[in-house]
Write a protein that binds this ligand. Sequence first.
Ligand code: IPE
Ligand code: IPE
Ligand code: MG
Length: 222
Amino acid sequence: MHVGIIMDGNGRWAKKRLLPRSAGHKAGMNRMISLAEHAQRLGIKYLTVYALSTENLARRPREELDGLFGLFRKYFNDNIKKLYKSNARVKVIGDKTALPDDVAELLRGGEENSPEGAEFTLVFAINYGGRAEIINAVNRAVESGKKVDEREFAELLYTGSVPEPDLIIRTGGELRLSNFLTYQSAYSELYFTDVLFPDFSDGEFDKALSDYAGRERRFGKV
Ligand code: IPE
Ligand code: IPE
Ligand code: MG
């Protein structure tokens, strides 16, 4: 099973506590780390976390972005070894070229040093945009000089051989996908909750999963 999470509401979580937005991002990062462990314990094979969109990178204040890069640095320096030890690997989707060089390098290292044959994959969407991903795949197809079918096209996306998300969760109350897994979400089940991401507990995640378990996925059949 593949679950995607749009981790929204960090800023509002901080504001409610009269804290700077950066405190919300820090709390969100800590929540994400625990949630990934929880998902792995449940036997979920892929968890994709939307950490930074192409629009966030283009439109958020420099100071906020620098804070987020600091959190990514810390994660990839300090937390990743524990993840590897639990037989998990990391994959990054998004355009790394627009990130600070050292962050891009850390992300690359995080992917390359991942254990082979890991049972769980944590996919980080960083400077990720579904449209940019599709355009990139189209250009790769054009360069290859031959027509592609749906399966071959999917292989050209950043997600490559990662299966499509079965369930996409969005915290923070907004009812939209904000450029997340645009191509891959065609048949995903969607779950929206008002809970702000730093408050999205393991129990809330379980609630989303049991809601999903009650869905009937028809894929166009009767
Ligand atoms: C989501 O939280 C995290 C990122 C986009 C990096 P927000 O920062 O969007 O939090 P709100 O929506 O302002 O509460
Ligand atoms: C979506 O949240 C992106 C991430 C969670 C990384 P935003 O807060 O950027 O989305 P919009 O702007 O409300 O659509
Ligand atoms: Mg938001």
